[in-house]
Design a protein around this ligand. Structure first.
Ligand code: ATP
Ligand code: MG
Ligand code: MG
Length: 546
């Protein structure tokens, strides 16, 4: 399933194609290269790319790099990498900054039509003049400048004759418009700042609300899809397209942005978490970035399927983050090899098993997908079990191991706990058990039943491994607080344990289901020749229902 169900944008596109308004649609994904992409961007990527694919149109990747202050090539590269990893190919790659000359020219067109003027007021004064929802704005003295004077001043702005903030260029529309965005918005400002693409070529930069419709029109974008907060900007978007004499007539459509529980999704906040070392980089497995999700072990398919399922609506809502987890479980259920790991090892010596002997047991790689075949796991006199699977004084209905109890070892035998070995301080350091050779897994033994099945790893062949267990990075958001106060101090737990010896060949980003522990990914950053490091993607079960 690679297409999402119908949505209001599809309806519009179908009508536009049927009526002949367009022969071919063009969409775009326009990130500002001021951070790494996050799961919210994925929603927009899936929407824009799959609309273009479904309607056999074109999709442009456009870097919306009109603000020189926050942008960087590191971000440009990571954005391309993430989109490619998701499995999408753009038909054209553009940088908005390559249109600076054209945008300047379009601003001159406005000035010549008497539709733009150079303003001397400060930012604060402009704001004060702008009025409120209930009060009309006040016209600035500069509004009556002649075309000649405006052309001259704008050219001198470009030449660098003025300091930052000394002048701006404003569209001349209507200071009493009920839409405050139409009250002579600023369209160019002075910023003596190096730009990652154009260097020191420019010291004036267009504002986003002016630049964006021009970019869309220049590229022949037909359906410019953005998030709801731009709805109030749509009249200005249309005004720019109409008055700058653009050939194409792109239309803006808004949809609700993705919000997720326990997740911050603003690049500014994510950057703060990185810069202030709350996390280990943009790709920290706790981050909602595409690169973080990838390192955590989410597959591209699971992310895309999630984005398709949440749909495209016109009303804001918040999606439960457990829904994203549902899709990775679904994706890995039949694909991930199943294997055993012990995260907090307790040694068990099987006293009636011959010393020095090792037997190799057969186990399904994935019982739900027999095509994956079988694996061999060693069994001998010494194994590790999970420390939490033993209790010296258990409560009623405890079916795991305790003195005198019998349990099943997955894929192996029943064992019975005979003795608890402690150190001088009273800590349990070892269990002594006996096994019953009659109970071997796969032999159809029915003599008696046990209620508990434990996972385990044979001790002499076990491979040491580190396990990184994650909890939400952000605790439930309480409004009115600094979000840094909501950072969960216990979002990462590191455990040292063992995996089966057949894991020797595991490579970065291989994914496994560890019996009873959940789905894990081989961490590409911390895994070394000596030691595998696993990120837990998700636990096996969730109370969440789709
Ligand atoms: P942020 O607020 O996180 O900094 P942004 O909107 O400023 O994000 P852009 O680089 O401008 O980031 O975003 C590129 C595209 O991704 C835009 O078209 C924007 O609408 C879309 N987008 C960003 N965040 C979300 C989200 N949470 N849900 C859906 N689409 C999003
Ligand atoms: Mg934006
Ligand atoms: Mg932004």
């Amino acid at each position: 399933n690679t297409t999402s169900s119908s949505n209001f944008i599809k309806h519009i596109i179908k009508e536009d194609l049927a009526s002949g308004k367009h022969d071919e649609i063009v969409t775009r994904f326009p990130p500002e290269p001021n951070g790494y992409l996050h799961i919210g961007h994925a929603k927009s990527i899936v929407l824009n790319f799959e609309l273009a694919y479904e309607f056999k149109g074109k999709i442009h990747l456009r870097f919306d790099d009109t603000n020189p202050l926050k942008e960087d090539v590191e971000y440009v590269n990571s954005i391309k990498e993430d989109i490619e990893w998701l499995g999408y190919k753009w038909d054209a790659l553009h940088f908005a900054s390559n249109y600076f000359e054209e945008m300047y020219h379009r601003a001159v067109v406005l000035i010549k039509k008497g539709l733009a003027y150079v303003e001397d007021l400060s930012q604060e004064e402009i704001r004060a003049y702008r009025g409120t929802l209930t009060e009309p704005g006040k016209e600035s003295p500069a509004r009556s400048r002649t075309v000649e004077e405006n052309l001259d001043l704008f050219e001198r702005m470009r030449k660098g004759e003025f300091k930052n903030g000394e002048k701006v260029l404003r569209a001349k529309i209507d200071m009493s418009s009920p839409n405050i965005n139409m009250r002579d918005p600023v369209i160019y400002r002075i910023s003596h700042t190096e730009h990652h693409n154009t260097g020191d070529q420019w010291c004036i930069y267009p504002l986003y609300s002016f630049a964006h419709p021009l970019e869309d029109a220049i590229e022949g974008v037909t359906h410019s899809i953005c998030t709801l907060e731009f709805e109030d900007q749509r009249p200005f978007y249309d005004w720019v397209v109409a008055n700058c004499d653009m050939d194409a007539e792109p239309r803006q459509y808004e949809f609700a942005r993705l919000n997720l529980t326990n997740t911050v999704m603003s690049k500014r906040k994510l950057k703060q978490l990185v810069d202030e070392n709350y996390v280990d980089g943009w790709d920290d497995p706790r981050m909602p970035t595409i690169s973080g999700l990838r390192r955590r072990g989410f597959t591209a398919d699971s992310i895309k399927q999630f984005c398709r399922e949440i749909g495209v609506a016109r009303a804001d809502n918040t999606v439960d983050v457990r829904m994203l987890e549902h899709f990775i479980r679904e994706d890995l259920k039949l694909k991930a090899p199943r294997t055993m790991s012990v995260l907090d090892p307790l040694k068990v010596v099987i006293t009636n098993y011959p010393e020095g002997e090792v037997e190799w047991l057969d186990a399904d790689i994935n019982p739900e997908n027999e095509e994956m075949g079988k694996r061999k796991i060693p069994f001998s006199r010494e194994i590790y079990i999970e420390r939490s699977d033993f209790m010296e004084n258990p409560p009623k209905k405890y079916f795991r191991l305790f003195p005198g109890s019998e349990v099943r070892l997955k894929h192996a035998y029943f064992i019975k706990c005979e003795e608890v070995v402690k150190d001088d301080a009273g800590n349990i350091v070892e269990l002594r058990c006996t096994y019953d050779p009659e109970t071997k897994s796969g032999t159809g033994f029915t003599g008696r039943k046990v209620k508990g099945t434990l996972h385990w790893v044979e001790a002499t062949h076990a491979k040491a491994a580190e396990f990184r267990l994650y909890d939400s990075l952000i605790l439930d958001e309480k409004s009115g607080h600094d979000f840094l106060e909501q950072v969960n101090p216990d979002s990462l737990t590191i455990a040292q344990g063992f995996v089966e010896p057949n894991m020797e060949e595991a490579k970065a980003n291989d994914k496994f289901q560890f019996f009873r522990h959940g789905y894990f990914n081989v961490d590409p950053k911390h895994t070394t020749e000596e030691k595998l490091v696993f990120n837990r993607i998700v636990e096996l079960k969730s109370s969440f229902k789709l």
